[in-house]
Write a protein that binds this ligand. Structure first.
Ligand code: NI
Length: 166
C-alpha cells in the first residue's frame, strides 16, 4: 500500500473528465487500497476521488461515519457513480484535500439516489441524504473535473481562508 500524492488547485489535471471503469481486477483493487490509505492520511478527510491522485478512473470513496448524528452507509467505494435523482437543496460548507487553504459555501441537493458499482462490479442503488449526499455530490464532481470552487454562489462572499485543520 502507498500514500499517493494529492493534486492541488490549480493543477490542470483536476479539470479532466474521468473515464468509466470496465475491468474489475487486482490492479483496480490495489489502486482502491492506495486511494483509501491516501484519504485516511488526509486531515479530517471523509472522501476522495481518483482524479485527485491523477488517475482518470471513475472511482470515489466516501465515509461519513466519523460525523456525529448524520445518516450514512459507512465506508463506500463507488465506481462509475451516477446520480439518478435529486431532491431539495441546502447550502453547506465544504473543504477539499485539493484545495487545502480554503473552505466554501456550496448549494447541493439534500437527498439523492446514486447508482454505482462496487469493487466486484455489482450494481447498487443508494439513497443518501444530508452530509453524506453532499459528500457524494462533491466527490462525483471531481470525476467531471469540477471543484467546489466552481460551485460557489459568490467567490467574494462564500470563500473562506482556512486557519487550520481540526
Ligand atoms: Ni474534494
Amino acid at each position: 500500500m502507498a500514500i499517493l500524492d494529492i493534486l492541488t488547485w490549480p493543477d490542470p489535471r483536476l479539470k479532466e473528465t474521468a473515464q468509466p471503469v470496465t475491468t474489475f481486477d487486482e490492479t483496480l483493487h490495489a489502486f482502491i487500497k492506495d486511494l483509501e490509505e491516501t484519504m485516511r492520511a488526509g486531515p479530517g478527510a471523509v472522501g476522495i476521488a481518483a482524479t485527485q491522485v491523477g488517475s482518470l478512473q471513475r472511482v470515489i470513496i466516501i465515509d461519513a461515519s466519523s460525523r456525529k448524528n448524520v445518516p450514512h452507509h459507512g465506508r463506500q467505494v463507488l465506481i462509475n457513480p451516477e446520480i439518478t435523482h435529486w431532491e431539495g437543496y441546502a447550502v453547506g460548507r465544504e473543504g477539499c484535500l485539493s484545495v487545502p487553504d480554503y473552505t466554501g459555501n456550496v448549494i447541493r441537493a439534500e437527498r439523492i439516489t446514486v447508482e454505482a458499482l462496487d469493487e466486484a462490479g455489482a450494481t447498487h442503488t443508494w439513497r443518501m441524504e444530508g452530509f453524506e449526499a453532499r459528500l457524494a455530490q462533491h466527490e462525483i464532481d471531481h470525476l467531471d473535473g469540477l471543484l467546489f470552487l466552481d460551485r460557489l454562489v459568490s467567490r467574494r462572499h462564500d470563500l473562506y481562508r482556512r486557519k487550520r485543520y481540526d
